[in-house]
Structures are given as structure tokens and as C-alpha cells.
Design a binder for this molecule. Structure first.
Ligand SMILES: NC(=O)c1ccc[n+]([C@@H]2O[C@H](COP(=O)([O-])OP(=O)(O)OC[C@H]3O[C@@H](n4cnc5c(N)ncnc54)[C@H](OP(=O)(O)O)[C@@H]3O)[C@@H](O)[C@H]2O)c1
Length: 346
């Protein structure tokens, strides 16, 4: 039956210099085949568009291998099993895994573990929530804050990229854990949403002027920052470093302001790092995949918060695989409002 389907795919055509454009991608089609013994065929429903994708397009060593030229672009996503010769997956199961930017994926038995294919329960959250709070960004926010940040009630938590996928989880979780949450985001609309809808104590619009972050942190963190969850790097990281409280923890989650550096120039380093010394502070990087064995703990906790209304989620859905190139760029211009999702099929 599956031979009647055509798979539309997006492949990496060439590595970008600076921001990625449509030229970096190649659109291909190929027929879909039946799974062999032990394999499954998955139809993509929705894909997670992540800032990390820009890094995977670069050559060179990172926490994960680069996407090869000509390969289907890597992407995590949610799909439906439409053919299975594996007893662990039944036709109709909704699954999460590394599906790639394509409409179908045939996963042979030996690749199932590597693709991270797992069944998900839509009673815990919608498909888009499973790509957001219950998915990779939510796990990042949860383990970054809880494991590295180790928040204590009454502490002040500052998070950049506050209206984005990771940021929205971090601030809300900080509030649930009894902390004061201060966001940093681009534009008044995002800041208003973060405070009024998500319940952060304050949000600083970093686009409001050259000293907006520095001034805002002074006003909203009068006793200093106990935990800074950094999603953006660059100048904002420096402004946060300048305002640390004694014993502060800084979680280096990402540095989106640096990902499009021309010719893969190195990220701008922190100028104010001696603040770590003065304040006996600690700065630590994290990669969410290291916590894969514990995702179930976080999913159970966050699903309960979603259910009782203490956690809200916002996703920004773009439709159509052909729109992948332009959709991805939205992450770097701040045009996404909430977790960016590419809906591939209904
Ligand atoms: N370490 C890990 O395991 C891990 C896992 C997932 C994600 N991450 C990182 O976490 C960060 C957030 O990811 P996400 O998926 O939640 O993305 P997101 O926040 O939903 O989207 C990216 C946001 O970054 C902001 N941004 C873009 N360029 C910026 C700049 N030059 N300066 C300041 N802000 C800028 C924009 O928001 P504004 O409109 O507010 O500017 C944009 O909406 C990224 O750095 C990502 O790489 C790390």
C-alpha cells in the first residue's frame, strides 16, 4: 500500500554563510517503501523547528554530528505509524522521534533506538504541546533549571528568550518552585504576554534601548540574580553577569544571538566573567539529551501542571513542508511567538 505514496523531503544543499536562506535547501521526492521485518513506516504530522538546526548545518565538531550535504535535514517531530512490522509499534500509534524534514520516514529495526522513536500519549497534551512543554524544549527548561539551577524559594530567576519555547517553561517552572521570575524578550507584546499570561513578575524588552537590559535588571533584581538561564548569549549574557548575587548559578543553554555569525566566527565570549569570581558563582553548559533517561519524570510533572493550569503553553504553527526555509529563519528574527512548529500533515 505504501508504494502509492510519494515522500517530499527537504535536504541540505549547501552550508550557509551567516543566516540560512532558501538556497541552502534542496526539495526532493522519492517513493515510499514498505517496512522490512522489525521496521516501521511513520507519517510526519508536525516537526519541531529549533535554533540548534542552524548549528547542525555547519561543518565541524559539536555535541552531535553535522547534517551531511545531500542528507534529509534532521528534525525531531511527531508522526503516526502507518505500517509496522515491529511488535513495539502498532498502526495508528502516535510517536515522537528524529523524523527529519520529510513527509514519511521508513525506520529499519536497527535504526529505531537511534531515532529515539517513542510512543506518546495525547491525553497528557496536544501534539504541539508534546513538541513544546512536554517535548525537547520543555525538558531543556526543566532539567536546566532544576538540575543545574537548583532553585530555592524566594530566589530570583532571570531567563532570556522568555517568550520562546525553552524560556516560557523556565519562567513558569521558576514561579511554581516559589521563585521570582524575570524574563528578557524582544518587544512589548512578548513581554506583556510573559507577565500577564504566564505570570512572570517582570519582563525586560531588550529591544527598548541600548541600556534596557542593564537598567531593567537593576530595577527588577534589586538583590541580584540567583539563577540566570541563558538562551541568547552575547550582550545580554554580559548584562546578566554584571548583576549576579552571591552564589549565583548560570545555565548556558544556548546563544542564539551568535548562531548566524558570518564564516562561523566564534561566539562573542563573556566580558564580565570575573563576576563569577567575585560572587562565587558557577556557569555550566547543558545538553538536554544527557537527561533522556529522566524525561519521563519531567513529563509526568509538567503534564500535571498543564492539567491543573499552572503551566501554559504557546505554540506558533507554520503549515506546509515547502515553507520550511522561511519558517526556520523566524527563530533568528524573533518572528516566532512561542514554540515554532511546522505542521506537515493534518
Ligand atoms: N542546550 C540544549 O540542550 C538546548 C535545547 C534546546 C534549545 N536550546 C537553546 O535554547 C535557546 C532557545 O531555544 P528555543 O527553541 O526555545 O527557541 P525560541 O526561544 O522559541 O526562539 C528563538 C528566540 O530567540 C530570540 N532571539 C533571536 N535572535 C536573538 C538575538 N540576537 N538576541 C536575543 N534574542 C534573540 C527570539 O526571541 P525575541 O523575540 O525575544 O528576540 C526568538 O523568538 C536557543 O539558544 C537554543 O539553541 C538548547
Amino acid at each position: 500500500m505504501s508504494s502509492t505514496f510519494t515522500n517530499h523531503q527537504v535536504r541540505l544543499a549547501k552550508r550557509p554563510e551567516g543566516a540560512a536562506t532558501r538556497d541552502n535547501w534542496q526539495f526532493t521526492t522519492e517513493p515510499v517503501s514498505e517496512p522490512a521485518e522489525g521496521g516501521v513506516l511513520v507519517k510526519t504530522l508536525s516537526l519541531s523547528l529549533d535554533p540548534a538546526m542552524r548549528g547542525w548545518m555547519n561543518e565541524g565538531k559539536s555535541y552531535i554530528a553535522p547534517v551531511e550535504i545531500g542528507a534529509v535535514m534532521r528534525a525531531g517531530g511527531i508522526g503516526r505509524v502507518i505500517a509496522s512490522r515491529n511488535p513495539a509499534f502498532a498502526v495508528g500509534d502516535t510517536v515522537y522521534g528524529t523524523l527529519g524534514v520529510q513527509e514519511y520516514i521508513l525506520i529499519p529495526q536497527e535504526e529505531i533506538k537511534r531515532s529515539g522513536l517513542t510512543k506518546i500519549d495525547l491525553r497528557a497534551g496536544s501534539i504541539t504541546q508534546w513538541l513544546n512543554v512536554l517535548g525537547m524544549p520543555g525538558m531543556t527548561g526543566y532539567f536546566g533549571l532544576m538540575d543545574i539551577g537548583q532553585p530555592k524559594p524566594g530566589e530570583t530567576v532571570v531567563v532570556s528568550g522568555a517568550a520562546g519555547a525553552v524560556g516560557q517553561t523556565v519562567g513558569q517552572l521558576a514561579k511554581i518552585k516559589g521563585c521570582r521570575a524575570v524574563g528578557i524578550a524582544g518587544g512589548q507584546e512578548k513581554c506583556d504576554w510573559v507577565v500577564k499570561e504566564l505570570g512572570f513578575d517582570a519582563c525586560i524588552d531588550y529591544k527598548a534601548g541600548p541600556s534596557a537590559v542593564r537598567d531593567g535588571l537593576k530595577v527588577h533584581c534589586p538583590k541580584g540574580i540567583d539563577i540566570y538561564f541563558d538562551n541568547v548569549g552575547g550582550e545580554i549574557l554580559d548584562a546578566a553577569l554584571a548583576r549576579l548575587a552571591r552564589g549565583a548559578r548560570i545555565i548556558i543553554c544556548g546563544a542564539i544571538s551568535q548562531y548566524n555569525n558570518a564564516n562561523s566566527a566564534p561566539a562573542q565570549g563573556p566580558k564580565n566573567y570575573l563576576s563569577l569570581l567575585v560572587n562565587r558563582a558557577r556557569m555550566q553548559g547543558m545538553v538536554v539529551f544527557d537527561y533522556a533517561d529522566r524525561y519521563h519524570e519531567a513529563v509526568a510533572e509538567m503534564a500535571a501542571y498543564l492539567k491543573d493550569g499552572r503551566m501554559k503553553s504557546r505554540e506558533d504553527v507554520v503549515e506546509g513542508i515547502d515553507n520550511f526555509p522561511e519558517a526556520l529563519t523566524r527563530l533568528f528574527t524573533g518572528q516566532n511567538f512561542g514554540k515554532l512548529v511546522l505542521q506537515v500533515s493534518g
